[in-house]
Design a protein around this ligand. Structure first.
Ligand SMILES: [Mg+2]
Ligand SMILES: [Zn+2]
Length: 489
């Protein structure tokens, strides 16, 4: 198999029990994939004098499933005609099936094309286990224990390559899309539709018409560089609540050479829970997965893996949908900056996470490291050394400690408290007239708006305090006395 041929690892020649299934699945999928592409019409005119090289470019969706490298794997149609360097598929499958038959069913390890991959029983007659991996291959379903085994071997391979897993949301994270009939009058006047269909050959262009979908899509500035650099550190998945056809179209825009994602494009039909995204359909462990998404609530179970993105709104309809009445970037003919926009910022964070994961903590075995701990640690560096007091920011009938801003500040490494003392560094307020706000002014402490905390959270960096003034600072100074609310903690 190409896996065996590609991999330099000597352990592959003596497959452990755990490897049997992965091997079997590799073989199965490659065969079927090859058959699929043959029936679609395999690329004609392949050079026949170079058969021991990968010449057919039939891409198989094995990155997520398999073992061996996580480079794209290819199937050579004429492999069976070759020498001993690669084994004929039939032998491999026969061998694996023979080995697999030693295990008992049920529980069935998984189903492929409606049949148990171990005993061959039909899925319809049995309790169907586990999770469907339709994005890897239609009709693939894996039971829990086999999933765990595949995950384990996949993670082992990734770590050997100094890679983690990166899950990327599409809308408002890497791109912004709008329906054609939602284009605003101003956008229309600026000729946005014409612009989207121009310069089709320009590799740098970022505005596209999605043919057949009546949509325009704008790539977020810096996204190409982001993917290129992130791909050196991560095995990447797209994970969107959009539908499959849309996800695949966008994947083509982001990854025209199909070098980053291959089949690892997960869409709404793959989710196992309504309105929730889960790592259960990703063949990487929670311990190595970093998620980049602008929507927090869909990752209920995986908040520790999540890096929350500042939303990218380019089109007017997108702004309106989220309640912004200002002109959109498209209407202003502006955009996020490449150099210090959201994706450049997050790329730096990813680099730091990657470095800490692999290069610090040498005393801990790779396999027992947890990227969630690293994310936590990097997040806590942001407001390290800051001591915050909140002044009338929260409703008085609730516990301050339970409020989002309080928790966010703590996650960023700040110490939060309810009363002022000399060690306090920042007073957070929405109005400058409060007693604590006055105290801040009198004691040369920072007085700032809670938006500062949010900005620090998105930017992963302590933001300049002076950019977040509290309204009423000048005009109300000394005039208005607002009683300090001390019941709110
Ligand atoms: Mg999104
Ligand atoms: Zn079975």
């Amino acid at each position: 198999m190409s896996v065996a041929a590609e991999s330099p690892s000597p352990s592959l020649s003596s497959l452990s029990d755990e490897d049997d299934f992965a091997d079997f699945l590799d073989a199965e999928l490659e065969l079927i994939s090859a058959a699929d592409s043959a029936s679609r019409g395999a690329p004609p005119g392949s050079p026949s004098d170079d058969e021991d090289e990968e010449e057919e470019d039939v891409v198989v969706d094995l990155d997520a499933v398999g073992k061996g490298s996580n480079k794209r794997r290819r199937v050579e149609e004429h492999r069976q005609d070759q020498g001993t360097a690669t084994r004929p598929e039939e032998d491999v499958i026969a061998g694996s099936v023979k080995d697999a038959q030693i295990k008992k069913c049920p529980p069935h390890p998984g189903f492929f094309g409606g049949l148990c991959i171990n005993c061959g029983k039909s899925q319809d007659e049995e309790d169907v286990p586990g999770v469907a991996f339709g994005y890897i291959h239609k009709g693939l379903r894996l039971g829990t224990s086999e999933m765990d085994r595949l995950r384990e071997s996949e993670v082992k391979n990734l770590l050997r390559e100094r890679k983690l897993v990166l899950i990327l949301d599409l809308d408002h994270t890497l791109i912004n899309s709008t329906r054609l009939h939602d284009i605003s009058a101003a956008e229309m006047d600026l000729g946005i539709q014409t612009a989207a269909s121009k310069n089709a050959d320009d590799p740098e262009r970022s505005l596209f018409t999605l043919q057949g979908m009546h949509m325009l899509t704008k790539l977020r500035p810096f996204v190409r560089k982001f993917l290129e650099e992130a791909s050196n550190m991560f095995d990447m998945y797209i994970y969107t609540m959009g539908d499959k056809a849309y996800a695949i179209e966008i994947a083509k825009l982001l990854d025209p050479g199909n070098v980053y994602f291959d089949s690892k494009v997960i869409s709404n039909s793959d989710c196992t829970q309504r309105h929730q995204k889960g790592l259960d359909v990703v063949l990487g462990d929670d311990k190595v997965a970093v998620i980049i998404d602008d929507t927090e609530h869909v990752w209920q179970k995986h908040k520790e893996n999540l890096i929350l993105m500042e939303r990218y709104h380019y089109f007017a309809a997108s702004c309106r949908q989220f309640g912004f009445s200002d002109q959109s970037l498209s209407e202003l003919m502006q955009d996020e900056r490449e150099s210090d926009g959201a994706l450049a910022t997050i790329l730096d964070v990813l680099k730091r996470i990657h470095t800490i994961f692999f290069d610090s903590g040498v005393e801990t075995a790779l396999s027992s490291r947890d990227v969630r701990q690293v994310i936590k640690r990097v997040r806590q560096e942001v407001l390290q050394g800051c001591k915050l007091v909140f002044s009338r920011v929260f409703p008085s009938d609730c516990r301050s400690q339970d409020q989002i801003m309080w928790k966010m500040a703590e996650q960023l490494g700040a110490v939060c408290c309810s009363e002022v003392d000399p060690s306090v560094t920042h007073v957070v307020a929405v109005h400058a007239g409060t007693e604590k706000a006055r105290w801040a002014a009198g004691n040369k402490k920072f007085l700032l708006h809670p938006r500062w905390i949010e900005a620090c959270n998105y930017r992963w960096h302590r933001q300049p305090e002076e950019d977040f003034p509290v309204p009423g600072l000048k005009e109300d100074k000394g005039k208005e006395k607002v009683a300090e609310d001390v019941t709110c903690h």
